[in-house]
Design a protein around this ligand. Sequence first.
Ligand code: GTR
Length: 423
Amino acid sequence: MLTRRAFATSTLAGLIGAAGLRAQPDDANYDEAKVPAYTLPPLLHLADGRVVTDRAGWVARRAELLDLFARHMYGRTPAGLPDGAVVPVDTPVPVLGGRALRQQCRLDWQGRASMDVLVYRPAHGRPVPVFIGLNYFGNHAVDPDPAIRLSTRWMRTNDANGVVNHRATERARGTMARRWPVDLIIEQDCAVMTAYYGDLAPDDPSVVRQGMAPLADGLEGDIPTAERWGTIGMWAWGLSQMRRAVATMPGLDARRAIVIGHSRLGKAALWAGAQDEAFAMVVSNDSGCAGAALSRRAYGETIGRITRSFPHWFCPTLASWAGREAAMPIDQHQLLALVAPRVLHVGSAVEDRWADPKGEFLATLAADEAWRLLRQRGLGGTAMPAVEQSVGDRVRYHLRTGGHDITRDDWAQYLATAKAQLS
Ligand code: GTR
């Protein structure tokens, strides 16, 4: 298992090195005693001060919160983007001893952008819940099968993972398979759909105009520059496009679409799930700062650090909140609450202090108020669970041993939640 530091130095070396920044500086605060006292911005007060007491009030508050997160953090999703057409690339191939079918297709946006999509579903063909998540190193890295298309897109150079000069090589096949336990997903009678996040937007501020960005040309005129979206917004939009594609595919239940993401892609999964209510369940794995963790704790990664290291992820306004977390009009419990009354599962890892596991739990706990308002069984208790334990019903939280990663054990947790809550 990679530790946070190993991850930072291996996979992020090129990205961070280029900017002369380290992702996890030693001067970050890891001392609970130094977490500032804070008051969270209210979840159930409308901007005019009225208190939300019912579903109609929540609908109004939801719209306000979505607007605030677009304005201050992720930027505005342009209106009028085209929907992708689903183009099959191959016919379903039996895999896992005939228990599953694997299919590749392409989402194509008017011939101006495209994304390779890889799907595994149970061979029985009955519609099952489908986990929809982006991957970091291409579909070919999810499974060593040579029939999977090798991505030709820009990628972060990573010799250990077979990415040389920003392009995948044959050596890259299957290198991320441990993060995609297809056998377990199938065994639990679910499906999984994945695509390379760089097909939507390369994760580097110097590689612009690749991916789907040109689709937004002419659509952002009314959006102030400070509120223009970053790559998290684009990845989130792509996740919703994948969700739409589910309806055209056999053996996948569009009413049980689950958006999942690890780390920066966990942030994208949360933003996708917040905006797109057709996701029945939202999973955040180690998403940390600007994901599931409370910004006001400024524990581990802070708004200042993240906007200096990764300015391209966000709208420009976010950087103006660096060092001023306490004054921000938003905090991340409000983002999590945008999933209510649907199913939310937040997973943290003990050693992933950079992502502030406690801050992720406290945000989840504070978000629970929305489920209570909507008379749903949410998180229940108020205590952070012990390591390797999980708590909650429609709001679920677990803390795993180990470091920053998405493991088979994390997947087992998410699969159990899907089974219990999406029937
Ligand atoms: C880190 C970044 C985190 C997280 C992580 C990742 O270096 O500081 O916010 O997104 O990268 O995506 O693995």
